[in-house]
Design a protein around this ligand. Structure first.
Ligand code: PHE
Length: 451
């Protein structure tokens, strides 16, 4: 529970909260994974399945997480201790805190790469370089341990600095600047991309519905992508919800956050595919290397590419930053609420430990294979199993343990007339658990991965 002698931090405004929560949601998952999955898994067909997942599974789970956090006014571990005292449910909170910590350590490494790439591109080091040269530059960067660690450190330091500032004066203040900046840069890139000659081909690749590409794996990817992208299943929304006041409308908040997250993911595809098709013969499904190997070549070939390339990688860094802030805050809130540490030392210690844990992966390999391998492990195994298990247990907790009546009581404070409460109840009790169990099974079943 809280140390009651100290007033708990809180969001300054609903808009501030929505921007921060949307910031947590918008990350590498949106700018990079969503367009890739869409391109590879049937274009508009994937978008449609994804939208259904967000609406039927993502939004209900987000409402549940926000309610748990706001009711308990505590970190993920404390939240379950408050609502279900003396039960093992607190272990679910602990799993979330641990997951947040591990994702943070790896996320800052890749985020550091994006910063370095913004620098390399902006200073013209890619200008006139062919694809072999780009690969060479990439390899020499990722095998240059001190440089990778320096950018990893830089990123971790910025994250710690913002989280140290607190909820309103740190996280909210930063995201109120970063999110509009991110949207502005993204729109600029979209305009550049769709006005290039031959852009139409990219747009039609991105959006043309191709249901023949839809397999069981497609549905599994869409489900997984929805949970990862909305930052669900590991306590981030419980933590952010715990700083909310009783009169905030949790339903509209969950809808706004999901809308911003999905719109940014959707827009990112318009920044990538038209540019890709306008200059390249390369297959858009070029895999994880696309980001760091193919895109610099694309920016080389378009007018003002140096500027737009640097902008793109800077945009990725901002998206990653608003996510690392949330990941760090989950762990920091545990230190503050459970261990009664002060915010500054908590952020510093957790941030330093995450930085140290990230060093082996930062040094692990000087090749694209590392990045692909890292992404694959994170997204194919670690994420589906850990985040989906977390989301499944949250549904069971909200639907059966704490009970849908109690959740609705919490929701009604701030949203007195939630007409879809019966629909929400059916979704959280039955539809979500079954669908999520399907993701978990799918991620371990070889017949799904090979299809
Ligand atoms: N939602 C983030 C993304 O799309 C990742 C994330 C997951 C951030 C969980 C915070 C918590 O990249």
């Amino acid at each position: 529970m809280n140390d009651n002698s100290v007033r708990r931090d809180a969001w300054g405004s609903k808009v501030g909260f929505i921007l921060a929560a949307a910031g947590s949601a918008v990350g590498l998952g949106n700018i990079y994974l969503f367009p890739m999955n869409t391109g590879e898994q049937g274009g508009a067909a994937f978008v449609l399945i994804y939208l259904i997942c967000v609406l039927l599974l993502g939004v209900p789970v987000m409402i549940a997480e926000l309610s748990i956090g706001r009711r308990a006014q505590s970190d993920p571990v404390g939240a379950f201790k408050v609502i279900a005292p003396k039960t093992w449910w607190k272990t679910l909170g602990a799993l979330g805190v641990l997951t947040g910590f591990v994702i943070l350590s790896a996320y800052t490494v890749v985020a550091g790469w994006t910063l370095k790439y913004a620098w390399i591109t902006g200073t013209g080091q890619f200008s006139g370089v062919d694809s072999a040269g780009i690969e060479q530059t990439f390899k020499s960067f990722v095998s240059d341990g001190p440089s990778v660690i320096l950018f990893h450190l830089l990123f971790a330091t910025i994250t710690v600095w913002i989280v140290t500032g607190g909820i309103e004066k740190g996280i909210e203040k930063a995201t109120k600047i970063l999110m509009p900046l991110l949207l502005g840069l993204l729109i600029l890139l979209v305009i550049r991309s769709i006005t290039l000659p031959g852009a139409g081909e990219g747009i039609s690749f991105y959006l043309k519905p191709d249901f023949s590409k839809v397999t069981v794996r497609t549905i599994m990817l869409a489900l997984g992508q929805a949970f990862f992208s909305l930052s669900l299943g590991m306590g981030a929304m419980i933590t952010y919800g715990s700083y909310l006041s009783r009169n905030t409308n949790l339903v509209s908040s969950a809808l706004y956050v999901s809308l911003v997250d999905t719109s940014i993911a959707f827009l990112a595809g318009f920044a990538i595919f038209p540019a890709l098709f306008s200059v390249s013969e390369l297959s858009p499904g070029a895999g994880t290397g696309l980001l760091f190997l193919v895109l610099p070549g694309i920016f080389n070939a378009i007018p003002l590419g140096q500027f737009f390339g640097a902008t793109f990688f800077f945009l990725l860094a901002i998206a990653a930053l608003t996510s690392t802030i949330a990941l760090l805050e989950v762990v920091v809130s545990y230190f503050i609420d459970q261990l009664h540490w002060k915010r500054g030392p908590s952020a510093l210690v957790v941030g330093s430990c995450a930085f140290l844990l990230g060093i082996p992966s930062a040094l692990s390999n000087g090749s694209v294979d590392f990045f692909s391998g890292f992404m694959d492990v994170l997204f194919d195994y670690f994420f589906p199993i850990s985040l989906a298990s977390g989301a499944l247990l949250i549904c069971i907790f909200a639907g059966w343990k704490w009970g849908t009546q109690s959740v609705m009581e919490e929701v009604r404070s701030g949203c007195p007339s939630f007409k879809l409460a019966p629909v929400w109840t059916v979704l959280v009790r039955y539809v979500c658990p079954v669908a999520i169990a399907f993701i978990i099974l799918g991620s371990v079943a070889p017949w799904v991965n090979s299809s």
